[in-house]
Design a protein around this ligand. Structure first.
Ligand SMILES: Cc1cc2nc3c(=O)[nH]c(=O)nc-3n(C[C@H](O)[C@H](O)[C@H](O)COP(=O)(O)O)c2cc1C
Length: 362
């Protein structure tokens, strides 16, 4: 699958930031578009896969979270709700009610994936069983497991993954760590890709901090079969991020991102905002994912509607200052043209005159 791509670039699945249109636009270029389906019920998942399939004969990937069902203790939920109450009041929301479900259950989603058979499926936050990978393979689905450590890559190889997505610390949004703590899994893309390539006999996809053609070229030189890119698509025409989120990216100061647990209950990287700063003191006490994620959802939607970034999840990776506007297809083609250029002129990687001054590339 990865060998057959015309362009060895994968548009990262990005829940809440990219929908079917981005996957279609990117796959049409010969790169691989992806759709995050973690929040879709089986019917919607099937419809999304059918929509992409009808729009392009090229391969595409879908992606979901492997998450066991949760049943949080009432006092944990109550404490989390108390912390959020002043924020809800500020955005004119009534007192919180308990959501009907904390997250879409994984098992029915997995059955739907088997049923509709997308060309590729990637998984994060956990690991499949050998039986599950065998079932996907029997449907001809290319399997990608997300790893943030060499141990996780080896675990995915053992259960029968076809490729490993090596997701470095630089990456925007949530990362796929499932074996060790966040500090133990905080490995940069450069070291992670090299050590996984050395340890596992599977194609490796490099993800995290790759935001221009030089980054794509670097990933390929590290031995990656493809570069997976998320943040660099956030300003694209097809991006579905809210206006305040887009504005925060456009106006981001230098080095604007950090990890937070306060928004979703699982560490994720985003542009620092008022909520992240204010909640820093208590972020280790908030309810674990997906409970906190579900509890902050209404608040985030209300804030986005009001044009405020204060409590939003401004997910973005460390390369965010290099994000550029344009169509997702054009961005893909430009990334690849720049990568080829960088590989031809290895000694002087082109960054453009503006980059010297720290401006966004145009
Ligand atoms: C807004 C956003 C949403 C994301 N959502 C998902 C997701 O649903 N599933 C997933 O596996 N990875 C998700 N990621 C991580 C990406 O798949 C990818 O690993 C990451 O974007 C690569 O790093 P970069 O952002 O520096 O390009 C998300 C990243 C961002 C920025």
């Amino acid at each position: 699958m990865l060998d057959k791509l015309g362009i060895p670039i994968i548009q990262a699945p990005m829940l809440g930031a990219a929908a079917e249109s981005m996957a279609i636009a990117v796959s049409r270029t010969g790169a691989l578009g992806s759709l995050a389906v973690a929040n879709l019920n089986p019917d919607k998942l099937r419809r999304s896969v059918a929509e992409i399939r009808a729009a392009t004969p090229r391969p595409f990937a879908i992606n979901t979270f492997i998450q066991p069902p949760v049943d949080p203790a009432p006092e944990i939920v109550r404490a989390a709700m108390e912390l959020l109450a002043p924020w809800r009041e500020r955005f004119g929301l009534p007192p919180q009610s308990i959501p009907n479900q904390w997250a879409e259950p994984f098992e029915p989603q997995f059955a739907a994936i088997l049923d509709c058979g997308p060309p590729a499926a990637s998984f994060t936050f956990g690991i499949l069983t050998s039986e599950q990978t065998a079932a996907l393979r029997s449907r001809g689905i290319f399997i990608v497991g997300t790893a943030t450590t060499v141990g996780e890559a080896k675990a995915w190889a053992e259960v029968g993954s076809d490729a490993i997505c090596a997701q470095g610390f630089e990456a925007g949004g949530h990362r796929g760590s499932f074996l060790k703590t966040v500090p133990e899994s905080s490995i940069g893309t450069l070291s992670l890709v090299r050590t996984i390539v050395a340890a596992v006999d599977l194609p490796v996809i490099a993800a995290g901090g790759i935001s221009d053609g030089a980054g794509v070229a670097a990933a390929l030189m590290l031995g990656a079969a493809a570069a997976q890119i998320g943040t660099a698509y956030l300003l694209s025409n097809e991006s579905i991020i809210s206006a305040p989120w887009r504005g925060a990216i456009e106006a981001a100061p230098d080095d604007p991102t950090r990890l937070t647990r306060a928004i979703s209950g699982r560490f994720a990287r985003g542009i620092e905002n008022e909520f992240m700063s204010a909640m820093r003191r208590v972020e280790n006490e908030v309810a674990a994912y997906p409970v906190q994620n579900a509890l902050t959802q209404e608040l985030r939607a209300a804030a986005a509607k009001a044009g405020s970034t204060a409590p939003l999840s401004l997910w973005a990776g460390q390369g965010v200052k290099l994000a550029r506007p344009g169509g997702a297809a054009d961005i893909t083609l430009r990334l690849w043209a720049e990568a080829l250029d960088a590989m031809r002129n290895r000694t002087k990687v082109w960054l453009g005159p503006d980059a010297q001054k720290g401006d966004r590339l145009s």
